[in-house]
Design a protein around this ligand. Structure first.
Ligand code: MRU
Length: 346
């Protein structure tokens, strides 16, 4: 490690300066994740329609962050006297896979049904955001405790401060693990096609001075074979009642390769990502996005005109390939329906 790098325990625990979702009392400011790391530009959403559009277009992304943004969208609608049932329905339909979106909207809906007005809804949205940050810090401790000192880890997509209220889920475990000396090397897959790993995770890791290497997604099995990583650590968009987990496309193949190479596989997500009403991964809707996201790179067409593409942006990792699910309520090792029920009820 470079001698001037400040990776003391205290600094890593507290050096968590990125906040991508900021409420300003009458507008929601979002750090536009489509432009990072080239440009740090904020967009202002003045109403629920603009929040919905920002979620659809991935200006804000990551399961917890879209739930938080949607809650603020409901607050804007309430302040402006917009029809809340319509707003709830439109926001809910913005993206299908991450259940945090539906969870946050159901929470807001419950408050509306109880007669809450704009000020009370504002307090609820703030609680959703604050609770997410607290959950991430707690999961960081729980997840890091599973990792032997001196380990290397591989992560996928972006699960950090940009994807949450702050600190991150899988990236929170990595932050805590580096601070504790349990993790000494981090690898991040670039996460084609949208490059969340290359553009966003590397941005966070470099800012926090965490030693990290970017790898091509297709280098993952080779990395595991080299013995450089002992854990794959990822986030989740929805965890079904049997522990099957939907996450960014490419996660499933990482889990298969990890099992083959004796590398452990950890999923880190707040309980707002757990959906006990969905029995298993088969029942999770996988978002299909436009083929253009694959046919072009950085806005420039790279594939011959006339070519077609299939662009599912999530996949499901079966529970039997997961060694540990870490939530703020605790750790489930070797998850299955019974262990999930014991922790989450239903
Ligand atoms: O399409 P995205 O960028 O919203 O997908 C994000 C992911 O798949 C993350 O891994 C997941 O939401 C967890 S974020 C803490």
């Amino acid at each position: 490690m470079h001698p001037t790098m400040d990776t003391s325990t205290q600094s890593l625990r507290e050096h968590d300066t990125i906040r991508a979702v900021r409420w300003q009392g009458d507008r929601l400011c979002l750090l536009d994740q489509r432009l990072l790391p080239a440009e740090e530009r904020w967009i202002e959403c003045l109403n629920a329609e603009e929040v919905t559009q920002a979620i659809r277009d991935l200006a804000v992304r990551g399961a917890p962050a879209i739930g938080i943004a949607a809650a603020w969208g409901v607050v804007l609608a309430a302040q402006q006297g917009a029809p809340l049932d319509d707003v709830l329905a439109t926001l809910r339909a913005a993206r299908p896979t991450a259940v945090n979106l539906m969870w946050a909207l159901d929470r807001m809906k419950g408050r509306i049904a109880a007669g809450a007005q704009a000020a009370a809804l504002e307090r609820e949205a703030q609680s959703i955001q604050d609770e997410d940050l607290a959950a991430n810090r707690h999961m960081g401790e729980l997840g890091a405790a599973l990792i032997a000192p001196g380990s290397g880890v591989l992560t996928h997509c972006n699960t950090g401060s940009l994807a949450t209220a702050g600190y991150g889920t899988a990236l929170g475990v990595i932050r805590a693990g580096v601070a504790d000396g349990r993790i000494n090397e981090v690898f991040a897959g670039e996460t084609r096609p949208w490059q969340q790993g290359a553009r966003l995770t590397m941005y966070e890791l470099v800012r926090d001075r965490i030693p990290a290497h970017l790898i091509a997604d297709s280098a993952a099995a080779h990395l595991m074979r080299s013995g450089k990583v002992q854990w794959v650590i990822v986030g989740a968009d929805r965890i079904a009642a049997n522990g099957d987990t939907a996450n960014k496309i490419g996660t499933y193949q990482l889990a298969i390769a990890a099992r083959h190479h004796g590398v452990k596989f950890m999923v880190v997500a707040p309980s707002s990502t757990v959906d006990m009403a969905t029995p298993d991964g088969e029942a999770i809707e996988i978002e299909l996005r436009h083929a253009d996201e694959l046919l072009a790179t950085g806005g420039r067409r790279t594939v011959v005109e006339g070519a077609r593409a299939w662009n599912p942006v999530f996949d499901v990792t079966p529970a039997e390939l997961i060694d540990a699910i870490v939530t703020e309520r605790g750790v489930i090792e070797r998850p299955d329906a019974m262990a999930m029920r014991a922790m989450f009820g239903q």
